[in-house]
Design a protein around this ligand. Structure first.
Ligand SMILES: CC(C)=CCC/C(C)=C/CC/C(C)=C/COP(=O)(O)OP(=O)(O)O
Length: 288
């Protein structure tokens, strides 16, 4: 009986794969987005809707993320970003924060045990955000996952944890300022042989001027191109402090479905809609 079940599951899996292959070959007639970002909203509501234990919604939400990654990889999407935990989420009940952190650590450790799967699919994992806010063991798992997948390059997956866009921008400004300040101090001390010199205030302003390119280089997201599509589940059409800097020319889609319920059809639908507006978005990018 067990063997029959296994054969049945494998057969259905293969059938599903062939079915998606057909759908994706039709979708691929148009341009495939390079980068899709997800705001995984509605996990708690999902648990409430189905009378599940608190926290179970996040578990099903993790499976939904894995499914989306599989579809994106099959479609040839090169970069996927997921908003896993915002800096603001730390203000939630300590028990919930603890639950999500433990779940994240558990899943990362499971993925690491299956390192061969990550390598087979060429998945590279990046984690960004204020990682100092994570507890030691979670941060260690995150760092291990980044190091273990550093040589994979089929699909880049960026997980935002303890992330907020405003924090990302402030951090980039602070780092740019610190670097300019250090350079000016170095110049001053080498130019004057260590003596104090008077610096013309206009010249000084010039030295301290921060350019957009300075900030872009220091964004947590600088490792990825800007997203082409941002999907926020559960029908809310707010950005909630996510990728504010990077979404000027991004196609936004907000299906009225809770994150654990997101499906193949939502992905296909958003890509078809993106393809409709893509020439216009490209034109806008060039006008910048
Ligand atoms: C390893 C890894 C990447 C794990 C990720 C696990 C996961 C799905 C995290 C989502 C966390 C979260 C706060 C989602 C928002 O839904 P919500 O809780 O705000 O739901 P609600 O909108 O119904 O209140």
């Amino acid at each position: 009986m067990q063997a029959l079940n296994t054969i049945g599951t494998k057969f259905l899996g293969k059938l599903g794969y062939l079915f998606r292959k057909c759908i994706f070959s039709v979708v691929s007639v148009g341009p495939i987005p390079t980068h899709i970002a997800f705001i995984m909203d509605g996990n708690r509501r999902y648990a409430r809707k189905y009378n599940l234990k608190e926290g179970s919604g996040h578990r099903v939400g993790f499976l939904a993320l894995m499914t989306m990654l599989k579809y994106c990889s099959e479609l040839g999407v090169k970069y996927v970003t997921a908003y896993a935990f915002s800096a603001d989420n730390f203000k939630r009940q300590p028990v919930e924060v603890q639950y999500v952190m433990d779940l994240m650590q558990e899943k990362i450790e499971e993925l690491l045990k299956e390192e061969s799967t990550l390598s087979r699919f060429g998945v590279r994992l990046h984690f960004v955000g204020n990682l100092k806010l994570l507890k030691e063991s979670t941060r260690a798992a995150v760092e291990k996952a980044m190091a273990a997948t550093a040589n994979n390059n089929n699909i880049m997956v960026l997980i935002c944890v303890a992330y907020s866009s405003t924090d990302e921008i402030v951090n980039a400004v602070q780092e740019s300022y610190n670097e300019k300040h250090r350079k000016v101090q170095e110049q001053d001390s080498s130019g004057s042989g260590g003596d104090l010199i008077e610096v013309d205030s206009d010249e000084n302003d010039q030295e301290f001027a921060i350019k957009i390119s300075d900030l872009e280089r220091r964004m947590y997201m600088s490792v990825f191109p800007e997203p082409d599509i941002l999907v926020r589940s559960s029908g809310a059409n707010r950005l909630s402090n996510f990728l504010l800097w990077q979404t000027t020319n991004c196609y936004l889609y907000s299906p009225a479905v809770l994150w654990p319920e997101i499906s193949l059809w939502h992905l296909v639908w958003v890509i078809l809609n993106f393809q409709r507006v893509q020439p216009n978005l490209e034109k806008k990018k060039k006008q910048l």
